[in-house]
Design a protein around this ligand. Structure first.
Ligand code: UT7
Length: 371
């Protein structure tokens, strides 16, 4: 009998620093009224100098493991969906693996822009259903403030930083991730992109002078694309799960723009009350926006075990996707775990491994070279 992939843990982490629309008015030619009426955004969070995509991802992961009562040593797979990885390589997921002490986990990053969390959940669920993994950690984490052009009013008002994470676990019980849809259209790649810093345009003084390391976006075209695909892909995922739109208790959409969510609601003929919306507080946090909205909906008591959810998103690529999940919550029989202790152990373990490697290089390095 094949297992189902249940969502048993969730967590989020956002920077403390809040950037309001009023503060943006002092930075670029914009105003609170325009931002609120065109996007629904009121404020967003901005990472401090010592916060990064990996540090936010680690916090969210720890919170999710605490909810699931799952020790890091039992995590088989970590996927970090991100458009702002810590480095080109190693993967941010490997940094998280080290920091939480997930000693037997595989770890990789997934780049599907704002649809990344849906893609990553689907990939993790497939490995659980296929039997190769029992427990997976799926994280969406971003520090978009580091790739935003703070002189471009067309983009800088939209984005924010944050991270969200889900734990997926195998169980023969019915429920969990029920269906998914993943789509792409690379012909729209230049509608939303960062031209510099990759292999096409490696970093040079010129690329930096030309601001090629910042987000560039054709907002109107992305808007038109988003309003086309949100309702359609939700319907497709619902149909694949053998359900009707009326069976869905809550839709958790990518939080990019309130008007896009409103268009999705009209497309699905559902009232806005059936949607989780917190774009006003965090702006667009890309891969993190869906798990952050889910965590806040849980905290508000809007998601309960047995509820049917649709997660739906779109983003650069172009990519889009949706999935249907029946909510589970933590497996009941497990005891609470002390994540702080696991974290401390992970730090010691990482330190010892680094030193063992250094000492190994001193004592055996030459012999290794000549081998
Ligand atoms: O995760 C995916 C990420 N991207 C998105 O989701 C973006 C999708 N697109 C959007 O959300 C919207 O297109 C925006 C919010 C970016 C823009 O809203 P819009 O209603 O499509 O505005 P627009 O681009 O058509 O611009 C209307 C006017 C323009 O002035 P003119 O040409 O009509 O004189 C812009 O220059 O608003 C101006 N404008 C602004 N005014 C004040 C553009 N940005 C601003 C601004 N403040 N920040």
């Amino acid at each position: 009998m094949s297992s189902n992939a249940h969502i048993t843990g969730w967590g989020m982490a956002v920077p403390e620093k809040v950037l309001t629309n009023q503060e943006l008015e002092m930075m670029v030619d914009t105003n609170d009224e325009w931002i609120r009426s065109r996007t629904g955004i009121e404020e967003r969070r901005i990472a401090s100098d010592d916060e990064t995509t990996a540090s936010l991802a680690t916090e969210a992961a720890i919170n999710a493991l605490r909810v699931a009562k799952l020790p890091p040593s039992q995590v088989d797979l970590i996927i970090v969906a991100t458009s702002t990885p810590e480095y080109l390589f190693p993967a941010t997921a490997c940094l998280v693996q080290d920091r939480i002490g997930a000693t037997t986990a595989g770890a990789f990053d997934l780049l599907a822009a704002c649809s990344g969390f849906i893609y990553a959940l689907n990939m993790a669920a497939e490995t659980i259903r296929g039997g190769s993994n029992k427990n997976a950690l799926v994280i969406g984490s971003e520090t978009l403030s580091r790739v935003v052009d703070w002189t471009d009013r067309g983009t800088c008002i939209l984005f924010g930083d944050g991270a969200g994470a889900f734990v997926l676990q195998a169980s023969d019980e019915p429920g969990g991730i029920r269906s998914s849809v993943m789509r792409s259209d690379g012909s729209g790649g230049d509608l939303l992109w960062i031209p510099g810093g990759g292999s096409a345009e490696p970093a040079t003084n010129q690329t930096v002078d030309d601001s090629h390391h910042f987000i560039r976006m054709n907002g109107r075209e992305v808007f038109r694309f988003a309003t086309r695909v949100m309702a359609r892909s939700s319907e497709e995922a619902i149909k694949k799960a053998g359900m009707e739109v009326e069976d869905i208790d809550l839709i958790i959409p990518h939080q990019a723009n309130l008007r896009i969510i409103d268009a999705a609601a009209r497309g699905l003929k559902l009232p806005m009350e059936r949607f989780a919306v917190n774009v006003q507080k965090y702006g667009n946090t890309s891969t993190a926006s869906i798990p952050i909205a889910a965590v806040e909906a849980i905290e508000e008591g809007r998601i309960n075990p047995g509820d049917n959810l649709v997660l739906v998103g779109f983003g650069a690529g172009l990519t889009w996707g949706a999935l249907v999940a029946t909510w589970t919550g933590p497996f009941a029989e497990l005891k609470p775990i002390r994540m702080r202790r696991y974290r401390r152990l992970a730090r010691v373990r990482s330190f010892l491994l680094r030193w063992a490697r250094r000492l190994g290089a001193i004592f055996f390095g030459r012999r290794g070279d000549s081998a």
